[in-house]
Ligand binder design. Structure first.
Ligand SMILES: [Zn+2]
Length: 265
């Protein structure tokens, strides 16, 4: 295989790994932000439940007070009845007592309704407390994970950046390497990747067929053939094609792996 192409394969692996590491790095703060928002929401729900409980208790205290006042007033009116003399006076007192008793019954019903609402708010308070605890724990672990990821990825990026610079320097030093490198950069910028592996008579990036003659030239492993040093491109997507003979016994490409064999063909 063309030595420049081998370097380009390594370069692409480095570029893709850098992209993955940077993408992962940028996601960390977003995950922290989302967990912070979930925490804030749980805090707000807890506060709302506490406020509702407090409001309901204030309301019920005033209802209880009102019931007591009316009961006192009704008792006073009943005592007045004992000393009342005229029928109209008695009728008026009776009317007022009935009215008071009715309003007391109504207030007591309202107190019961308030107690039921309080039970609901207490349940909500319990739920909100648990949710907040869970969200707080999640936030803490996401923060740790994000910080850890930032440290690891920043170090990995720096290390791969160094390897990448070395790969580019090797390419720039080879006779046709500079042209291949600028072609790679141009295609990668436009399409995300500059190279595509040809697998099973297809370009693995765009899935279009590679013509049989081109497939034969591409997969020809004779170092003395006229195409031994040619870099073929996919006629459909324009990416540079490479064929990995180790497909026969699949082994993953790893950055730097082929550098030594490529520089000593
Ligand atoms: Zn293609």
């Amino acid at each position: 295989m063309n030595a420049d192409l081998e370097h380009l394969i390594v370069l692409q692996a480095q570029d893709l790994e850098l992209r993955r590491l940077r993408q992962q790095l940028s996601e960390g703060p977003l995950q922290v932000k989302a967990a912070e928002a979930a925490c804030a929401q749980a805090e707000a729900a807890l506060k709302a439940a506490k406020d509702s409980l407090a409001r309901e208790e204030t309301l019920r205290r005033s209802q209880e007070l009102e019931v007591k006042e009316r009961q006192t007033k009704a008792a006073r009116l009943r005592r007045q009845m004992e000393t009342a003399t005229s029928a109209s006076q008695i009728a008026a007192l009776e009317h007022e007592i009935v009215f008071l008793d009715q309003s007391i019954a109504k207030l007591e019903d309202e107190e019961l309704a308030s107690l039921e609402r309080t039970e609901g708010f207490e349940l909500a308070l319990g739920g909100a407390t648990l949710t907040l605890e869970a969200e707080t724990t999640t936030l803490a672990s996401i923060r740790v994970r994000a910080a850890d990821l930032a440290t690891r990825n920043t170090a990995a990026i720096a290390s791969i950046e160094g390897e990448r610079a070395a790969t580019r320097a090797l390419l720039a030093a080879s006779p046709a390497g500079e042209a291949s490198l600028s072609a790679y950069d141009r295609i990668a910028k436009a399409k995300g990747t500059g190279l595509s592996e040809a697998v099973d008579h297809k370009c693995s990036a765009c899935q279009m067929m590679v013509r049989p003659q081109r497939w034969n030239d591409l997969t020809d492993r004779d170092p003395n053939s006229e195409h031994a040093n040619t870099i073929f491109t996919c006629e459909t997507c324009g990416r540079m094609l490479y064929y990995d003979p180790r497909r026969d016994a699949p082994v993953r490409w790893t950055p730097g792996e082929r550098l030594s064999s490529a520089s000593n063909p």
